[in-house]
Design a protein around this ligand. Structure first.
Ligand code: M6R
Length: 614
């Protein structure tokens, strides 16, 4: 939530800041701004700060930044509003009262009211309604000729979360950054340095990065960087190399990222599985778990901690683990778990699942479980993300960067991670080698099956057009299809703004069936598994009440096709694998509905990709 960027080097800063903000736009897109240090005249050694801010997307900012906006160091921000409406004034960067210090902030300052009152008592006049504006004014209060010391002193007053970048007109070429709960990455270029919330902001300039940890502060200028901790001690940092290419974050020939990411799934699932299926032993190789066989054998319970789509992947994962490995398992919403004083058991294994690896709720739940002695592993997509680094091991899903706010390819890759883990655990328990081999072969075949589903895009688009003007929708499924129903409903509501409820099909008679009218369609997930007959009966109950029914089923299932008004066929396969293939039509259905309604598919209203606030 919110993206921040800083640049210090020989080049003009503004175009680099704008490009970086554009690449981070998915983190927040209410408003944005940049501030650069600029000489007070040709050859002058004194500098001032030049600031431009604008509500709307980065394109709106681009239009108001003068072509020749001089300054070779500066900071920028793209906002997802928390405190204060979406206005030019509330956009970042925010200045102190003197206009000599500028700050960009990602996070929430919880004690900002008290700080604001204190600073107002000292004569500061606030220009915005944000919590963040206390930061540049605190830095000004403590400034005695050294920005780094002043930022440190200011930070000592703050409660809450932050990733910040601060500049001072009196210290040309220098940026001070700090992190506590919101990500910050240093980029090392050739004679130039970057600072950003996310590597995507600087990948076109450098692949050499350093991840800051909470409690660390960095000073960068064109010659390099220096990191310290809260106690002012030097911290040695490891330089890491980003493994993906710029092309991975470009749309290519696709009209938007979501479509690109949906269609990338055969390859992204393949990458998640890559080399991890051990056909010889009919098991899985997951070295990143950092757990030996003895420790794995002692696990008596698995608990997943996650939010949104990642939670849905966790629900499928626990269903599979329970079924295959006969391990008690549950998936918890991180935002609930973190405040529940959960019971942590030493022989339990906890998985924090997160595409971004930065979701605040999941991160704080992970820390709480660790504080209570829980062993937490991560299932993350973003390499080097906070959750990945703070977990004791885990599984990278390697979907590649996911830019569209609605998660698609990360979901199926998270499923792949759970299927691998289930194979590993069940082979250590009751699963025979022949059963394990069958499962392993079916898992390896998933990318091909997903390709077949994607080939049906035109038919799904036709059906989406027919229903896109509905106001309400029900998504229904049983067993492993229940989380897929939840996921389908989430996809539809977040990008098309159609109200959709995901429900366990067996639950509709306990209340939701009252919603059914000819105007409220129900989308059923009907694999040919042991629950097919039950789901079919639920479909008939809806039909009997005049509700339109769309069924996502299995090719050749004439009875389901005849019962439904519209039928989306998916390839017949081992029923345990339908979550992979049956979620794809739902992603496409939501996408085509949103397209038909003219929605901003990649950046839907009020949302942001990486939810780093509570
Ligand atoms: O990065 P995470 O997987 O931790 O994100 C969790 C949710 O915020 C995320 O899945 C959200 O629900 C997506 N917008 C769903 O498409």
């Amino acid at each position: 939530m919110c993206g921040i960027i800083g640049y210090a080097g020989p080049r003009q800063a503004a175009p680099i800041l704008l490009e970086g903000l554009k690449r981070m736009e998915y983190r927040g897109y209410d408003s944005s701004g940049i501030c650069v240090g600029t000489a007070d005249g040709a050859g002058s050694t004194s500098y001032s700060l030049a600031l431009v801010k604008k509500i709307g997307k980065i394109q709106a900012l681009r239009q108001v930044v003068p072509k020749d906006f001089p300054g070779s160091w500066g900071i920028g921000h793209t906002r997802w509003a928390t405190h204060g409406a979406v206005t030019d004034r509330n956009a970042h960067p925010l200045l102190d009262n003197s206009g000599r210090i500028a700050c960009v902030h990602n996070g929430i300052i919880e004690n900002y009211r008290a700080l604001r009152e204190m600073l107002e008592g000292e004569g500061v006049v606030f220009q915005s309604e944000t919590d963040s504006e206390v930061i540049p004014n605190l830095v000004a209060k403590y400034y005695e000729g050294d920005l780094e010391s002043a930022v440190k002193a200011a930070l000592a007053n703050l409660q809450g979360t932050y990733g910040i970048a601060v500049i001072h007109a009196a210290e040309p070429g220098r940026i001070v950054g700090a992190r506590n709960g919101s990500p910050l990455v240093i980029g090392i270029g050739d004679g130039e340095m970057f600072l950003a919330s996310d590597v995507t902001a600087m990948i076109s300039h450098t692949k050499q990065v350093v991840y800051l940890n909470d409690g660390e502060l960095v000073v960068v200028d064109s010659s390099g960087f220096r990191t310290t901790d809260r106690e002012d001690r030097h911290v040695d940092k490891k330089i890491e190399k980003v493994s993906w290419e710029l092309g991975a974050i470009e749309k290519g020939d696709y009209p938007c990222y979501m479509e690109k990411e949906i269609f990338e799934q055969p390859e992204s699932i393949e990458r998640a599985l890559g080399g991890r299926i051990d056909f010889e032993t009919a098991s899985a190789k997951l070295a990143g778990l950092n757990l030996d066989r003895r420790r794995l054998g002692e696990i008596s319970r698995v608990e997943v901690i996650a939010a949104g789509t990642s939670w849905h992947a966790g629900l499928v994962g626990v269903g599979l683990l329970e079924r295959m490995a006969r391990i008690p398992a549950s998936a918890e919403l991180a935002s609930e778990l973190r405040y529940r004083n959960p019971v942590v058991q030493r022989d339990s294994l906890y998985f924090a699942v997160s595409q971004s690896g930065e979701t605040a709720d999941t991160l704080y739940a992970l820390r709480e479980m660790q504080r209570k002695g829980g062993h937490v592993l991560g299932i993350c997509n973003v390499v080097g993300s906070t959750i990945a680094r703070e977990s004791e091991g885990g599984i990278y899903v390697h979907s590649g960067p996911e830019i569209a706010v609605a998660s698609t390819k990360a979901f199926t890759s998270q499923l792949a991670a759970f299927y691998l883990f289930s194979l590993l655990m069940s082979r250590m328990r009751d699963l025979s080698i022949s059963e394990g081999s069958r499962f392993a072969r079916a898992l390896a075949g998933v990318p091909e099956q997903v390709k077949k589903v994607l080939a049906g895009r035109d038919e799904i688009q036709r059906i989406a057009k027919k229903y896109s003007h509905s106001r309400d929708f029900l998504f229904l499924g049983r067993g492993l299809m229940y989380p897929i129903a939840l996921e389908g409903a989430l996809k539809l509501k977040e990008i098309s703004y159609i109200h959709a409820e995901g429900y366990a099909a067996g639950e509709i008679k306990h209340g939701p069936i009252a919603l059914v009218t000819p105007e409220v369609p129900s989308l059923f997930l009907v694999p040919d598994d042991e629950l097919r007959e039950k789901t079919l009966s639920n479909m008939k109950e809806i039909k009997a009440r005049g509700g339109p029914v769309i069924a996502v089923g299995v090719e050749g299932d004439d009875e389901v096709a005849a019962t439904a008004d519209d039928f989306i066929a998916t390839p017949r396969m081992d029923p345990r694998f339908y979550p992979f293939t049956m979620v794809v039509p739902l992603q496409l259905f939501a996408y085509f509905c949103a397209l038909d309604l003219g929605r901003d598919v990649d950046q839907p209203r009020n949302l942001a990709k990486s939810v780093t606030v509570e």
